[in-house]
Design a protein around this ligand. Structure first.
Ligand SMILES: Nc1ncnc2c1ncn2[C@@H]1O[C@H](COP(=O)(O)OP(=O)(O)OP(=O)(O)O)[C@@H](O)[C@H]1O
Ligand SMILES: [Mg+2]
Length: 246
């Protein structure tokens, strides 16, 4: 069943078209990786889905209801949560306070929800930060901060979780812990933007390759790996990075 759909979604920044008439579908319970070169429009897509940017044209539907042009608060209320490419949390609050604050906000939206305390307890266990629950967020390692950010999103009990490069800056051991955590979130749909192909291949049911705001390719991981056009874009990108370094 389709959970999320964009129709001809478009976002311009001045003369630059960051998202270009994008038709994108995501099924309930699916884990989708969105990959693509720097500047492809991946973060812009998340910002549009979350209502943090408004589209110049096109629509977004979530559970068949239109969400484009809703504020980010209202989008969150419909059941979408996100994390950021750069860590975003309350640095002076403790781990527990960060999660509880998120749980309390969503709790007041959802009458049927369990208490914020119960949600906080469950999430602390889920992201394996129970031992560090009294530490201030700013005192955590980068890896633990990334886990906490996911915990904050989970405390909102979303139906769809948008993750923008959750393993950026993580060590191999931390990356493995992140893969395990995300892999356990089977109940919700997940859209993960990720540069690390090991992470993508470990988690994704399907992959969408974004290039210049459009879908260059979409399919099962094996299909995308074998796609010549995708390989070419990535090859050009690595040559470009190489040239910039030289
Ligand atoms: N607020 C903004 N104002 C102007 N241009 C923007 C803005 N946000 C993004 N862009 C431009 O839009 C294009 C898409 O950016 P976006 O951040 O979505 O790319 P990305 O795929 O997330 O890249 P990366 O892999 O580097 O994170 C880029 O050319 C970027 O410079
Ligand atoms: Mg980005």
């Amino acid at each position: 069943m389709t959970l999320l759909e964009t129709k001809e979604l478009t976002k311009n920044f001045g003369s630059l078209r960051a998202i270009d008439r994008l038709n994108f579908l995501l099924a309930s319970g699916e884990t989708r990786a969105v990959i693509g070169p720097n500047g492809a429009g991946k973060t812009t897509l998340i910002n549009l889905l979350m209502g943090e940017l408004s589209p110049d044209a096109g629509e977004i539907f979530f559970e068949r209801r239109r969400i484009s042009r809703l504020s980010s608060h209202r989008v969150a209320r419909r059941g979408i949560a996100r994390t950021f490419q750069i860590v975003n949390l309350f640095p002076n609050l403790t781990v527990e306070e960060n999660i509880r604050a998120a749980a309390q906000v969503s709790q007041s939206w959802l009458r049927w929800s369990r208490s914020a305390r119960q949600i906080t307890e469950r999430v602390l266990t889920q992201v394996r930060l129970r031992d560090k629950s009294e530490q201030r967020a700013r005192e955590l390692s980068h890896g633990d901060q990334r886990l906490l950010e996911i915990g904050i999103a989970l405390a909102q009990e979303p139906k769809l979780l948008l993750l923008d490069e959750p393993t950026a800056g993580l060590s191999p051991v931390e990356t493995q812990a992140m893969i395990e955590l995300i892999g356990q979130l089977k109940k919700m749909a997940i859209l993960i933007v990720e540069h690390d192909m090991n992470v993508v291949l470990a988690l994704a049911d399907k992959i969408t390759v974004l290039h210049r705001g459009q879908i260059l390719a979409e399919g099962l991981p094996a299909e995308i790996q074998a796609n010549a056009q995708v390989q070419e874009v990535y090859l050009r990108m690595s040559q470009f990075i190489q040239t910039k370094r030289d």
